[in-house]
Design a protein around this ligand. Structure first.
Ligand SMILES: Cc1cc2nc3c(=O)[nH]c(=O)nc-3n(C[C@H](O)[C@H](O)[C@H](O)COP(=O)(O)O)c2cc1C
Length: 490
């Protein structure tokens, strides 16, 4: 959504707007909306201020100035950026809000900062304005911005208000409806969502008064992120009270700003595997592969975003749990199979894990030692085949079972044979030769193989080759195909 700073328009345009809006009994912002609306609906000319308005003074702008205004507005609308009013409270965590400005801006969000009097003890308006590329607001009675009730504009000419850090004092004022400075007046006058990032000493956070205020604010519909647990700025103090990190607050803001997404998998249970498995040789060594788990985690996040109830069974990987997904961490192929079976029933199962085909039969109970007789003989036995086991279930088989085929040669041919051999419905085939950089990388080039018929006939398997995409894009596309196929079959 666009935001427009009336204050930045030239003086002639501001005078025109002020007179016209006063004459029509509207705020300047509303007047601008009316002008734009008229223009878009084809009333090309600018009507003069209503007769009720005072006569325009000699310096009232001529039409070109008003046209400039409309061009400015049109540009603002075209940029389509979301806007956040960021209120920085007077806490030690205020320095993290400077980073938050950057995190919001790199997500293409316009940021207008308001610093309380106490906040200015911790960070300077200059730092905030340099990072936001905008003037910073500090004073309720600022004649320059209050000529058109600037606090109301800051309260409403944005898509979201973020308070970070939200101090105990600021939250108390909000909970009790105070409006004796710019920040509290904005918070009282807004009709936009409010996101608070509380930050304070754990004793302040746990104080009965703060608990009451937090409860009240939550009841009033205020959204909160954090505080997190950890070390305090005060020496030797730890507990709940640290402000959420800037990236967490920015992600929460993006979530609130994002228009509601279609949720085609709402009510569906999706089971996904990801990552490698580790097959123990002895208590300290294992056989593994280079899978990073990124593709499976991306699919889990995409399925969750589409509204599904997602369980992700993952081998050992260095990835954070996707939000809202139940993540079960396992080590070996046998653990993975047990946890997959326990997670059934599911509507859709997607097996993206690179499960080791073999494990060591004679796993050492103690660490194997070098001996003079040479290398210890490692005997390999086949691991359970998770994809085939689940595809061939008679009672709890998910209606749609999707496997992954990682091949280094004869990709399509091998993937078709895999559908037939394992009995799954679809295969996502990808070339994992080292030159492709797929294993561990961020991009993937995949082919989607689908069998439409109940009977598996290799010749009737449809093959669709997708262009090179990020793993997130592959995940989104796959989820879209799943949603489409469910729609077709329901
Ligand atoms: C060094 C110092 C650090 C402070 N840190 C915090 C804090 O992290 N959280 C908090 O709620 N208050 C903190 N305070 C107290 C607030 O600054 C004080 O309550 C102030 O009135 C809050 O102003 P505000 O409502 O503009 O945020 C701190 C005070 C000082 C002197």
């Amino acid at each position: 959504m666009a935001s427009l700073t009336i204050r930045k328009l030239d003086d002639a345009v501001k005078t025109y707007l002020r007179l016209r809006s006063a004459g029509n009994g509207r705020s300047v912002e509303e007047e601008v909306r009316v002008i734009l609306g008229d223009l878009i609906q084809g009333h090309a000319e600018f009507p003069a201020p209503s007769p009720a308005a005072a006569s325009p003074p000699a310096e009232a702008p001529a039409r070109p100035a008003a046209r400039a205004l409309v061009h400015g507005l049109a540009h603002g609308l075209a940029t389509g950026q979301a806007g956040v009013t960021l209120i920085i409270g007077g806490g030690i965590a205020a320095f993290k809000s400077l980073e938050l400005i950057r995190r919001l801006k790199e997500r293409h969000i316009d940021v207008r900062c308001v610093l309380t009097k106490a906040a200015q003890q911790f960070v300077t308006p200059l730092s905030a304005s340099a990072l936001a590329h905008e003037r910073v607001y500090t004073d309720l009675f600022d004649p320059e911005s209050e000529f058109d009730a600037g606090h109301i504009r800051l309260a409403r000419d944005c898509d979201l208000i973020v308070v970070a850090p939200a101090t105990a004092d600021l939250m108390a004022k909000m909970a009790h409806g105070h409006a004796d400075d710019l920040a509290s007046a904005i918070l009282l006058a807004t009709n936009r969502p409010i996101l608070l990032a509380p930050a304070m000493n754990p004793l302040m956070w746990n104080n009965a008064a703060t608990r009451r205020n937090v409860l009240q604010l939550r009841r009033d519909g205020v959204i909160m992120i954090g505080p997190n647990a950890g070390e305090m700025a005060e020496a030797n103090e730890a507990g709940v009270g640290r402000m959420a990190e800037a990236v967490e607050i920015a992600a929460a803001a993006v979530d609130i700003l994002r228009p509601p997404q279609p949720r085609p998998l709402l009510g569906k249970r999706v089971l996904i595997t990801a990552g490698p498995t580790h097959e123990p040789i002895d208590p300290v060594r294992y056989i593994a592969n280079r899978s990073s788990g990124k593709q499976g985690f991306a699919i889990a996040a995409a399925a969750r975003a589409a509204g599904a109830d997602v369980t992700l069974v993952s081998g050992p990987v260095e990835l954070r749990d996707p939000a809202g997904v139940t993540v079960i961490r396992v080590e070996s192929a046998r653990d993975m199979l047990h946890r997959v079976e326990a997670a059934l029933p599911a509507d859709i199962a997607i097996f993206a894990a690179a499960v080791a085909d073999w494990r060591v039969a004679n796993e050492g109970e103690q660490k194997l030692k070098k001996t003079s007789s040479g290398m210890p003989p490692l005997q390999l036995v086949e691991n359970p085949d998770i994809l085939a086991t689940i595809s061939k279930l008679t009672d709890k088989r998910p209606p749609l079972v999707i496997g992954f085929a990682a091949e280094t040669e004869h990709l399509i041919e091998n993937a078709k044979a895999k559908i037939a051999r394992k009995g799954c419905d679809w295969i996502v085939a990808n070339d994992v030769s080292p030159a492709t950089g797929v294993m561990g990388g961020d991009r993937n080039t995949v082919h989607l193989l689908q069998r439409e018929a109940e009977e598996i006939n290799v010749d009737s398997i449809q093959v669709e080759s997708w262009p090179v995409m990020t793993k997130e894009q592959v995940a989104t596309e796959l989820v879209a195909r799943i949603a489409k196929s469910l729609g077709k079959n329901s």
